[in-house]
Design a binder for this molecule. Sequence first.
Ligand code: ATP
Ligand code: MG
Length: 752
Amino acid sequence: MQTAPDTTNPWLQGLNPAQREAVQTLSGPLLVLSGAGTGKTRVLTSRLAELVATGTAKPWNILAVTFTNKAAREMKMRVSSMVGPMAEQVWLGTFHALAARMLRRHADLVGLRSDFTILDMDDQTRLLKQLMEVEGLDAKRWPARQLGGVIQRWKDRGLTPDKVGIADAGDLANGRMRDLYQAYQARLLALNAVDFGDLLLHVLTIFQAHPDVLAEYHNRITHIMVDEYQDTNVAQYLWLRLLTGPDRNLCCVGDDDQSIYGWRGAEVGNILKFESDFPGASIVRLEENYRSTGHILAAASGIIARNESRLGKTLYTSADEGEKLRVNGYWDGSDEARSVSSQIESMQSAGQDLASIAVLVRAGFQTREFEERFIAIGLPYRVVGTKFYERAEIRDALAYLRLIAQPADDLAFERIINVPKRGLGTASLQAIHIQARASGKPLMAAALDLVQSDELRPAARNALTGFCQDIKRWRDAMGGMHHTDLAKMVLDESGYTGMWQADRSPEAEGRLENLTELVTAMQDFDTLQGFLEHISLVMDGDTDSDQGEVTLMTLHAAKGLEFDTVFLPGWEEGIFPSQRTIDESGAIGLEEERRLAYVGITRARRQLYLSFAGSRRIHGQWQSSIPSRFVQELPAETVIEDIAQGLGGGIPFGRAAQAQLAGGGEFGDGWQTERSGGGYGPGWRRMAARRQEPEKPAFVSKASANGFAVGDRVFHQKFGMGNVIHVDGDKLEIAFDKAGHKKVVAGFVSKP
Ligand code: ATP
Ligand code: MG
């Protein structure tokens, strides 16, 4: 008779010995530290099942922090299949969701009622502004959003106002930043409200001040599990440490190579010091990657090996080598979008499910070109996050343009009448509505009538008069100028761009990039009307499909996910690695960008397509771009060397591509996979046009007297190896592999 081994439990089936060890280590601190696709998330899910199945813990004794909702659902399903509806009782979700649940139970301990409101960013800023007025702080010198950002970062670090150090506050808000923070917290309490950061912070305060409450949690929650531990910030870390009871049943999984939220206060150090935080912790390393083919894994490993600050791990796969990565260079962004789309279409025709395909971009604005193309050819897609034309800043900008082109557009009027703030709040809008109803006119016309009367208070009347005059002036200008110039003018003069420029929150840069991208999108249309019509069609085009949808999202959002086929477009210096990150954080920032490349590559199971464009339109200006340094960092043996062959072979493709770009010569066939219209597509025309305009060089190549050109690989005594990205006389701008971007005098570098 055969005794059933415990491996017949469905959640244990197929696990390798190291994974099984992790799943079956149910007590004491446990860290699973290993590379992408090694089954960390799977281990967490299985371990949750194991905890319940063995009776080690009841569902309500377990707290599991997941990074994605998908993982949360999957875990819940697993447990439901074993224990039924009790699965609902697992403490399962993101840090914020879990903290909110706790705070509702003990709100009174921090002076809140349990029906407190969670404020969004806008409310938060408005509140801060009011307080600043009371304090007499100049909102121009100290934009409220910036100070809001400071408070948020303090909260990420677990700092209540009394814990903020003098040095932390510095001269922010004229040295009164700590007072402002204090006042802000007091005001939130008075409103029975919290902001996002408060969710964790208040719970920390409660745990620290009320040992009895904490003890109650220690009784109740006996086992804690955390996914993506490398991206926890200080507040989350403290929360976990406090929640972990005397039995220390804390299981964390993560990968230091996938820490990509440093810019938001995540501390990769948390995972690195797990052993010293919890002496005697069991450490499990998983080395087999089950997700990707050999070539994909080798490419990812090759890139991440260039980072200096990492633990270093072994990763292997028993899977086939699979297909090599394809690296494609395109004329420009729209060529890239076109080609990627038609490749996806062919895959779909060949029977591949669209849901198994993803396009991952570095920055949010990059989704726009793909979305337009997908809509144009009717390819079903979903955007994780918000679709381009539905993003708030794009809707605002479009509302301005609509109101200018279509004066009777009441929705547009309402949307922007007080954005940016011009003192036309609810009361003014109400008066305009009444006027409109009485006269049967659109809001804009009613507003014009209203400013002639004395219905409004003088301040509001002045503001509304100004607004009406602005709209009229822009409308008059419409006929005489190009619509893209009009758009730029409107966004500037209305103060809309300025509003986001003054904003120091991490999202603001992305919003400004989106606005720039909007102007770029308008270039494709002859008139403003034509463009607006296109938008209304785009917004309408809900592509419902039963065959799944292509996923379009940022690399950051893709963490933890996997797809059979992944496209990684826009691998160009400045976009990826992002210029801003390098400017702000130098070599450290570059390493975070490289981790992001690692995350991107390791999302792919079978096929990976990377690409870059030779030029991009930014604010309607053509700008040449050079391939990302990460392209060159791909181990040559993992990549199909289309490009090198197309260019005559012999040269490593990265270099060849750069030389090609720098030279601006004829492209081989391997270069451009799709050329619209018989070889003389728009790319060629633009190229020809640029050739006649020497002040706007096509692919910048200012070979200088000392013989350096853009794209050259150079060596600097102090900064090491790098790529020349700009030449200005004898000054070179160099993207160093480790030291970031620097300007150096040509005499100090040599060609290796
Ligand atoms: P990431 O670092 O990207 O979050 P991960 O380490 O969490 O990755 P998982 O997502 O858990 O990895 O697993 C990657 C893929 O490998 C999944 O499809 C998973 O089902 C599969 N997998 C994990 N372990 C095994 C195994 N022992 N046998 C077969 N497939 C496995
Ligand atoms: Mg995972």
